[in-house]
Design a protein around this ligand. Structure first.
Ligand SMILES: CC(C)(COP(=O)(O)OP(=O)(O)OC[C@H]1O[C@@H](n2cnc3c(N)ncnc32)[C@H](O)[C@@H]1OP(=O)(O)O)[C@@H](O)C(=O)NCCC(=O)NCCS
Length: 186
């Protein structure tokens, strides 16, 4: 009888999960709220908590199929929450987007938006809308790079951007974006 060999314990090395873009699921809500509470590094914890209130569970309960998540072995790394409004059958709306700060500037935001555009066009939507705060210069630059036009408003914000005054309530001015979707054969 041969002596039992005590070798090193077998290691179960898993290949890292490939990063993938997928439709969101209702179960992503907690991870998305946690992301909003940590990724906005230029804001205080209280401000990030306030920001996360813009994403109550209903967005993932009722609009997960039109929302997108980019995840890898570390979990959710980027997300887009958007929907195809019943009241405007030719439009799609992007409510919120976020990219992990460690992943910014590498095309993750563009990838989310372009996937949303494709899905919206396939569903017969011809325009996409979104809004942001006049002080969010990063968001304004991002939307311009993604082909959005800034809609004329009734005021002017920093850098001369057109502003819709009191859009979301007293003192809550917004910049309104509109992008037309081009119908392609692919
Ligand atoms: C805005 C945000 C989603 C952009 O995501 P990202 O993955 O860094 O963006 P991308 O790398 O895909 O860049 C896409 C385009 O936007 C432009 N862009 C992105 N961030 C920019 C910035 N801070 N300043 C200027 N342009 C910017 C890029 O130049 C790029 O243009 P190109 O593709 O023609 O080269 C990300 O910075 C973020 O999560 N910010 C915090 C949350 C936020 O402000 N959300 C918007 C609220 S509506």
């Amino acid at each position: 009888m041969t002596a039992h060999q005590h070798g090193p314990l077998p290691t179960h090395q898993h290949a890292p999960l490939p990063a993938r873009l997928r439709p969101a699921e209702p179960g992503d809500h907690a991870a998305i709220v946690a992301a909003v509470r940590t990724w906005w590094t230029d804001r205080s914890p209280a401000e990030m908590r306030e920001l996360s209130l813009l994403l109550p569970k209903l967005f993932l309960q009722f609009f997960a199929r039109t929302s997108l998540v980019r995840e890898d072995a570390d979990g959710v790394r980027a997300f887009l929450v958007g929907f195809h409004p019943a009241d405007h059958p030719d439009e799609a709306y992007i409510h919120f987007v976020g990219v992990d700060p460690a992943l910014r500037g590498q095309g993750a935001g563009r990838e989310l938006y372009e996937a949303f555009f494709r899905e919206a066009a396939a569903a017969g939507r011809t325009r996409v809308r979104s809004v942001t705060s006049p002080t969010n210069t990063r968001s304004i630059a991002f939307h311009r790079a993604l082909g959005f036009r800034l809609q004329d408003g009734d005021g002017v914000g920093p850098d001369g951007v057109p502003v819709h005054k009191d859009y979301d309530g007293p003192g809550l001015d917004r910049v309104c974006f509109l992008r037309t979707l081009t119908v392609t054969d692919d």
